[in-house]
Design a protein around this ligand. Structure first.
Ligand SMILES: Nc1ncnc2c1ncn2[C@@H]1O[C@H](COP(=O)(O)OP(=O)(O)O)[C@@H](O)[C@H]1O
Ligand SMILES: O=P(O)(O)OC[C@H]1O[C@](O)(COP(=O)(O)O)[C@@H](O)[C@@H]1O
Length: 299
């Protein structure tokens, strides 16, 4: 069974404006409200691809109620800890000539809420996969991901991590099954700018030497690189298409990779399915569906 953990779920409020001007009123010409947060998106896309998962995390307030309603509508099996104070954040994504995101800092999660989440992790064991993904509210200790990995150590759980900077590097000694930085996040870790797939390969290898079993580096319109546990390096450009909304493309990439690996056992196919799922999400106003992913893979 696959479990996802999102420490900082959101409602994503996606709007389009012809021109974004600061310091004045901007009127939108399109708006959409979607469930959000990295692990949550992974669960949605896994479901779209025919693989059930359970989404764990936190919610609070009226926005938390709305989030759970949207997840139920999307057929996601969500088991969120209800935090007493505050409200689930709303992340605003403004699409104009450029894309601007305003991501909230998130909930004030109490120690007993963390305990409640951890007790839900106690059922995980051999053959289970856990995806821990996204930011951690700044009211929680910065070693949250390590605490999760420490708790699951020795139980044979395959752990996937999609996070930035220290959250990511600090889990590497626990030998996560998969990490998925994008090229900017990978470059930030090593203090370099990575633009091409060839430039990414040596740094992805370094992440593997530091402990990750598989390193999948997504590169938006440039496609991606996989340094796999089988010793192979796979590279691919991205599918060509018109980008409608790239929010959730990275999460879709993780879901596509896991689905492809479960279905075929092949890292190469998993990589292709990951990239196709990312592109399918980027090319539409919803997260990737199975038929969209298969269509892109067949091209
Ligand atoms: N502009 C694009 N054109 C084609 N595919 C894209 C585009 N943006 C994203 N993708 C696909 O989605 C994947 C993940 O996107 P990326 O932006 O790298 O992730 P993240 O959201 O984590 O930064 C890419 O590897 C690619 O396959
Ligand atoms: O936890 P963070 O880093 O603030 O990111 C949360 C945001 O990322 C998303 O999960 C999308 O992530 P990706 O575009 O990287 O796939 C949004 O749904 C959400 O608003």
């Amino acid at each position: 069974m696959i479990f996802t953990v999102t420490f900082n779920p959101s409602l994503d409020y996606i709007v389009r404006v012809d021109e974004m001007r600061l310091g004045t009123i901007n009127r939108t010409n399109y708006e959409q409200l979607l469930p959000g947060g990295k692990g949550i998106n992974v669960s949605i896309v896994l479901g779209n691809l025919g693989h059930p998962s359970r989404a764990l995390g936190f919610s609070a307030g009226v926005t938390g109620v709305a989030l759970e309603k949207l997840l139920a509508d999307a057929g996601v099996d969500a088991d969120l800890v209800h935090v007493k104070e505050g409200f689930t954040r709303i992340n605003a994504k403004v699409k104009a000539v450029e894309e601007t995101e305003l991501n909230g800092q998130g909930l004030r999660i109490a120690p007993e809420d963390v305990d409640a989440l951890f007790s839900k992790l106690d059922v995980l064991g051999q053959d289970d996969t856990l995806v821990i993904s996204g930011s951690v509210p700044n009211t929680l200790p910065s070693d949250m991901y390590e605490q999760v990995m420490e708790r699951l150590a020795g139980r044979g759980v395959r752990i996937v991590v999609d996070a930035e900077r220290d959250l990511l590097t600090r889990v590497l000694p626990y030998r996560p099954f998969l990490v998925k930085p994008n090229n900017h996040e990978l470059g930030d870790i090593f203090g370099v700018t990575l633009k091409t797939r060839d430039e990414v390969v040596p740094y992805a290898r370094r992440m593997q030497e530091m402990g990750a079993q598989n390193v999948l580096v997504s590169m938006a319109g440039e496609g991606g690189v996989l340094v796999a546990a089988d010793g192979q390096v796979y590279q691919s450009p991205a599918a060509k298409g018109t980008v409608v909304n790239s929010v959730g493309a990275g999460d879709s990439c993780v879901a596509g990779f896991l689905a492809g690996l479960m279905e075929t056992g092949s890292y190469q196919t998993a990589f292709r399915m990951g990239l196709a799922a990312g592109s399918a999400s980027a090319f539409s106003d919803h997260l990737a569906t199975r038929s969209e992913v298969e269509d892109l893979m067949s091209r």
